[in-house]
Design a protein around this ligand. Sequence first.
Ligand code: SF4
Length: 302
Amino acid sequence: MDLHPLRFVDSSGEIPICRMCQRFCAIRPEQAGFCRTVVNKAGALYSTIYGLIAEHGVDPIEKKPVRCYRPGTKVLSLGTFGCNLRCSWCQNWEIAYVDASAPIRARRYSPAEVVAIAQASGCDGIAWTYNEPSIWVDFIADCAEAAHAAGLYTALISNGLFSPDAIHALHPLIDVYRADFKSLDAAMYREQGHLSSHQGVLDNIIAMHRAGVHVELVTVVMPTYITGEHLARMADWIIRELDVMTPWHLTRFVPYAQLTHLPPTPRAALDEAGAIAAAAGLRRVFIGDWYESTQHEPESVV
Ligand code: SF4
């Protein structure tokens, strides 16, 4: 198996700790971390997925969804294997739940090759998407550096679980941070993502915004979980911690995997969610999926 020495490690204790994401896995020899992409070999930690591409494609940036950064441009979308959450409705489970601590038949690409593919495909940027980018920070950092040198922009499409170390290392290299803003309640992350605290997710959104990275947020309006009262609190949080111009995408829940007992979000509920966000004062609220998304009144001033 192709192993790449991990950059974000705390080796001060008896058991090395991976510091790429907020799980901070302590990984014993011959074991793997939660995401199954970091392994301990003879006491040192390695990534098994450096440059390992599960899926790639050329997309309009709006598909991510990112609506207010370089609209009309194209990105090379890249994803690898594994994830650090276990959302019960995951639609990318075929790549996200793969055990990458065992050998996988997929091609590896160098950062220079990724940039060359983006340029040859007529892309203006590169987006790390499909599965969760906070599990292959080393590769993203190397690619992003090469992308900027080639005049391409960079976008992270993330569940927000980067560690503070990773955010600190990445923010100068990243132009767009499109983060999931699943909820303000820890219970949602605990029940749906098996994550004990979501504070780090919120801290990362604030850190990227303050660092001058273009931030857009996505919330899946899940029936029973995301109520009108909850949406109003989320809107207030965005205005308080970021600003009224932060783009907020309110998207439909589609029953999937372990949540097939829940109904899909009706269009009327999305419209209502958009009205709540706009009434709170947010100026860039998008409802629905990207191809049918509409900007909710009041119109953006941009
Ligand atoms: S990336 Fe996250 S989940 Fe994976 S081993 Fe490191 S700390 Fe654990």
